[in-house]
Design a protein around this ligand. Structure first.
Ligand code: MLT
Length: 274
């Protein structure tokens, strides 16, 4: 897996294919492997780059392990980290595709680095900030990760991530479980606190001028398709696509549909040569 230095810390990613760059940013608490089913198919028409955010997968964390009260890993910091990643790769602009937490980072990236992106793909993600109830839940989850590790988190998250399509014998589910368990509890806690303090982007959506694709999962209980469709109606140049028989992880659960949505969106919205 190639390595770069970002702010003097090692950062890992997978890069595949040629053409216009497509940056894939994973959800919480996962890593680049959540794109494993779509990397090769998407690389037939794009230069696909799937990163491990700091502290996830193979990328070095910005927190010390076993820090008893870690600072929040903010979405703004992670958006800037993505811009540093583009600098390190020598890329001016990308199509930015983020799933869930990756999508929260995508809104920040789009706002903070308006010249660095051509398209946004918001997959299984929300624009609203957390309610007070969800924020309190995140504080509890952060404390529990710090006190008890990530095994319990994995058990709690699997049914939420897979929705009604949950199946204990499925190898995909086992690999997601392993991804969650492999994250340092300090990073889990820092990311929960970072997501809890993220800004509400709903009022900003109507000001986006470039193309945005919203991809929802029919059975997603974390990010409902209805809410995503409402958000898509707020963006002037947007498309909405819903994958049947998928929960919160459309690229893993319905990879062929996901690739079709993304490829036709990019194809339809790229400027055509005269
Ligand atoms: C994710 O998949 O990134 C998380 O479900 C996001 C969240 O906890 O809001």
């Amino acid at each position: 897996m190639p390595e770069l230095l970002i702010e003097n810390r090692s950062a890992h990613y997978v890069g595949l294919g040629k053409g216009a760059p497509l940056l894939l940013v994973h959800g919480f608490p996962l890593d680049h492997r959540m794109w494993s089913e779509v990397l090769e198919p998407l690389s037939r028409t794009a230069h696909v780059l799937a990163v491990d955010l700091p502290g996830f997968g193979n990328s070095e964390a910005c927190h010390h392990p076993r820090d008893a009260s870690p600072a929040p890993l903010s979405m703004a910091y992670l958006a800037d980290w993505c811009a540093h990643f583009l600098d390190a790769k020598g890329l001016d602009q990308v199509a930015f595709c983020g799933l869930s937490m990756g999508g929260y980072i995508g809104w920040e990236f789009a706002r903070r680095h308006p010249n660095r992106w051509t398209h946004l793909i918001a997959c299984n993600t929300r624009a609203a900030a957390d309610s007070e109830l969800i924020r309190r839940g995140r504080a509890v989850a952060a404390a529990s990760a710090l006190n008890q590790g990530t095994a319990q988190l994995a058990m709690n998250m699997i049914p939420k991530l897979f929705g009604r399509s949950v199946n204990p014998d499925c190898p995909l589910q086992r690999s997601v479980e392993q991804m969650i368990q492999s994250v340092d509890p300090t990073v889990v806690a820092a990311a929960q606190l970072g997501m809890a303090e993220r800004a509400d982007m709903t009022e900003w959506l109507p000001t986006i001028e470039r193309p945005v694709l919203f991809v929802a999962g029919e059975n997603d209980t974390i990010t409902s398709p209805e809410e995503m469709q409402q958000n898509s109606r707020l963006v002037p140049n947007s498309q909405f696509a819903e994958a049947h028989d998928a929960g919160h992880l459309v690229p893993l659960q319905q990879p062929e549909r996901f690739c079709r949505f993304v490829e036709s969106f990019l194809d339809e919205t790229r400027p055509k040569m005269a």
